[in-house]
Write a protein that binds this ligand. Structure first.
Ligand SMILES: [Zn+2]
Length: 461
């Protein structure tokens, strides 16, 4: 390394560490309510500067109820709608900690976009369902120079593995959805015998105006040959399995949604190779969106049957608060990630309303009775191919916990402080699921719903 580059790097590093210590000073001043010191630091620092967890000085001031500092930061241009790395804004922080005065001060400055969506549910693809039944159109699209292809084996996508070394010298592995364009697919075909017949091709839709996206269904032997041919060309591939679920929560959001859609569709195609109505063989139709029974006498051929089209099973998931809004029911299902607590969830049973399913699941698993439930939002969860329907619920007075030990390892009422610390990543021994999971947003919602529900008790925090 030349002396000049070394000197530049040293200057840069000095500048970065000075800026970081200035930022820490600003955040500390905001936390402690040191208005004069905070004003001085604002002369040299940007008001919305964030620390390594994405927190701003405004979030710090709000967390500690430093109203003078909150006022000064807002006047100086602090945004109450910026979010930290876990997706919480200063207004969320204010509601978590029941800082009503601070929240009231921030509301006029709030410019947040209220629209919300979940990870796995932000697909950029336009389905173009009218094209599915025309085999000629689908064949034409699959040979388009703009076509893109992903690969799947029995419901599991092929993923690209990238190894890199981070700034601290540690080796990291990251995953991405492996996509091929037409040229790459032809190169691959020139190395291996890869038949892409209509039986092995699933049309997902258009990415943008003219890029059709397909899934190629691989057999056992093709997975091996494709993986080997790709490794020879310098790209490492792996099939999705339980060991890489965590890595799949780090995908780009649009890729995560395309992957979720392909897993749901391809898992169904794999599981329904025989007709669920009569047991005969089925063949893939409508570019992977239908399984057609080969038995001409089968009832599925004479009426609309949900065995011929992709299934989406429903599961409810519920975040529960106590009637006074000061306690929150969280559970640890068997084999859950260490230290992690989440919401009660379970399949909807035949004949049940969603509300009944919430009450039944919470009662069965924890012994707690609910007096009300309210719908929040939904998220497709690809690892179990279910649509998670999210609710918030309020427990009856004096609900005692009785754990179903077949389902749960633990269930507890947690205080507001414990849950806020966990959701903001500040709890030493307790975690809740990350923002990529609907459970995170439901827990957040019950905290927001119970903001200032009982100011006398909550002001003790
Ligand atoms: Zn049949």
């Amino acid at each position: 390394m030349s002396l000049r580059i070394k000197a530049t790097l040293q200057m840069k590093s000095r500048y970065t560490s000075q800026a970081a210590s200035g930022l820490m000073g600003l955040h500390e001043a905001a936390s402690q309510g040191s208005l004069t010191q905070m004003k001085d630091l604002l002369n040299t620092l940007t008001v919305n500067s964030r620390d390594n967890r994405g927190w701003t000085a405004l979030m710090r001031a709000v967390e500690h109820d430093r109203r003078e500092c909150v006022g000064q930061l807002l006047v100086s241009g602090a945004s109450p709608s910026l979010t930290c790395k876990l997706g919480h804004s200063a207004i969320d922080v204010g509601k978590f900690w029941n800082r009503k005065a601070c929240v009231d001060m921030m509301l006029p400055y709030n410019d947040a976009d209220k629209a919300s969506h979940h990870y796995f549910t932000s697909s950029p693809l336009t389905p173009a369902a009218h094209l599915r039944s025309d085999e000629e159109d689908i064949a034409g699209l699959s040979s388009s120079q703009y076509a893109q292809f992903i690969f799947n084996h029995n419901g599991k996508p092929l993923l690209k593995v990238t190894n890199r070394t981070d700034s601290s010298g540690r080796k990291r592995e990251s995953l991405s959805l492996w996509k091929c364009d037409q040229e790459q697919l032809q190169q691959l075909k020139s190395h291996i015998l890869l038949e892409v017949s209509s039986e092995r091709l699933v049309f997902l839709g258009f990415d943008g105006e003219s890029a059709p996206m397909f899934v190629i269904l691989l057999t056992d032997s093709l997975v091996k040959t494709v993986t080997k041919a790709s490794a020879d060309a310098g790209t490492d591939l792996t099939l999705m399995d339980k060991s890489n679920y965590k890595g799949l929560l780090q995908l780009a959001e649009e890729d995560a949604s395309i992957m979720a859609q392909s897993i749901g569709l391809c898992s169904w195609l794999n599981m329904y190779q025989y007709c669920a109505t009569c047991g005969s063989e089925t063949v893939i139709k409508e570019a992977g969106h239908k399984r057609h029974c080969l038995n001409t006498n089968c009832a599925s051929q004479h009426s609309v049957q949900n065995t011929s089209y992709p299934r989406t099973d429903m599961s409810i998931i519920t975040a529960v608060s106590s009637p006074d809004g000061n306690q929150f029911l969280l559970v640890r299902p068997q084999k859950m990630y260490p230290n992690m607590y989440t919401c009660v969830s379970g399949y909807v049973e035949p004949g049940e309303s969603l509300e009944s399913a919430c009450s039944r699941e919470v009662q069965e698993e924890t012994g707690v009775d609910l007096c009300s439930v309210r719908y929040h939002s939904s998220q497709y969860w690809p690892f179990t191919s279910v649509l998670m329907l999210g609710f918030t619920g309020v427990a009856n007075e004096n609900s005692q916990i009785h754990i179903d030990e077949n389902e749960l390892e633990d269930a507890q009422w947690f205080t507001r402080e414990e849950v806020v610390r966990a959701i903001t990543g500040q709890h030493k021994s307790m975690m809740i699921p990350p923002p990529q999971a609907i459970a995170h947003h439901l827990v957040k919602q019950v905290l927001l719903d119970t903001f200032d529900i009982n100011s006398k008790q909550t002001s003790k925090l």
